[in-house]
Design a protein around this ligand. Structure first.
Ligand SMILES: C[S@@+](CC[C@H](N)C(=O)[O-])C[C@H]1O[C@@H](n2cnc3c(N)ncnc32)[C@H](O)[C@@H]1O
Length: 321
């Protein structure tokens, strides 16, 4: 019989209160609650659009040498967005998805099964990874480091479970400066959308009040789960202190983040499915154009700490097995 913890998608008021002072409990409640709707909320798919997105993030910080890696581990997998799309791109041949939230692990395993990928999974805390030393060729994560109380401890664990010569790649981490402007833009978009959709003529664009109230309660937990923002140079130091070789941080998305945060917040503020595939493609293409501008023009003149997303990589030293 499995001893895996079960998802708890309907937290009680007492649990939510306790979670205000416990970042890990908050992560479990918040992400169990979100697991069922997460892919829709963040426009996550397992087709060409997100395969390209995931593979491009990986290439940007770690290049293409070593593809395909053998066995890969994802920490804080959520519904599997990063690893499942990387596997579809040919970055790794088999994988293990892990997350603190049982609901997310279940969702990721369901997605992997639909895609026919060689993936297993379990509930795991990144600060105490339940795998033996030297198990993996690659460890990845997307938007997870900023939720982990002790990032250096988690990176030490990552290096422990990597084989000698193995690599880690974490993407989608907010920088200190990027987070400041993204939050302001997101909050302004939420307020504008939920205010304007009170107008009778826009009623069809308003989510039911109960759902909006639930989102606001979740937002209170979001403030507890978002523990860190990163300065690129400090994150490199943290990875080096954890024992990584060749620790490198690159950043991306400046103008693209200024578009992306309002767009994602707007998508979350209107009824699911209302915007359709045409909107998703329009938003994605616009984001792509601005990303091109960021990468090819603005990165030459804007300091790296001002870009929204940080990506970090490094390897485990020692003879490659
Ligand atoms: C923002 S979500 C990102 C999910 C997914 N990687 C993605 O990009 O769509 C962060 C995930 O990290 C998980 N998480 C938070 N703290 C964790 C920890 N200490 N160990 C493992 N996972 C954790 C959460 O449960 C959540 O699923």
């Amino acid at each position: 019989m499995s001893t895996e913890p079960l998802p708890n998608p309907h937290a009680t008021a007492e649990e939510v209160e306790a979670a205000r002072h416990d970042a890990k409990l908050a992560n479990v409640l918040y992400h169990d609650w979100e697991a069922g709707s997460y892919d829709d909320k963040w426009s996550i798919s397992y087709d060409e659009r997100c395969i390209t997105y995931a593979a491009d993030r990986f290439r940007l910080v770690a290049g293409e040498t070593g593809w395909p890696y053998g066995r890969a581990l994802e920490l804080g997998s959520g519904t599997g967005f990063f690893l499942l799309n990387l596997m579809q791109a040919g970055v790794a041949t088999s994988g293990s998805v892990t997350d603190l939230s049982p609901g997310m692990v279940q969702a990721a395993l369901r997605n992997a099964e639909h895609l026919g990928l060689d993936v297993d999974g379990r509930v795991a805390d990144a600060e105490r990874i339940p795998y033996d030393d030297g198990t993996f060729d690659l460890v990845v994560g997307h938007a997870v480091l900023h939720h982990i109380p002790d990032v250096e401890l988690a990176l030490r664990e990552v290096l422990r479970v990597l084989k000698p010569g193995g690599r880690f790649v974490f993407a989608g981490e907010p920088t200190r400066i990027g987070d400041a402007y993204a939050r302001r833009l997101g909050a302004a978009t939420w307020k504008a959308t939920t205010t304007l959709t009170r107008l009778p003529v826009l009623q069809g664009w308003r989510r039911p009040q109960a759902e909006l109230d639930e989102s606001s309660r979740a937002a209170a937990l979001e403030a507890v789960v978002d523990i860190h923002v990163f300065d690129p140079a400090e994150l490199e130091d943290t990875a080096r202190r954890a024992g990584a070789m060749g620790a490198t941080v690159v950043t991306e998305e400046f103008s693209a983040a200024m578009l992306g945060w309002p767009v994602r917040t707007f998508e979350a503020a209107v009824p699911p499915g209302k915007l359709g595939m045409g909107w998703a493609m329009f938003a994605y293409r616009s984001w792509q154009r601005l990303s091109w501008l960021d990468q090819n023009v603005l990165s030459r003149v804007v300091p790296r700490a001002w870009f929204y997303n940080a990506l970090v990589t490094g390897t485990k030293g020692g003879p490659v097995g």
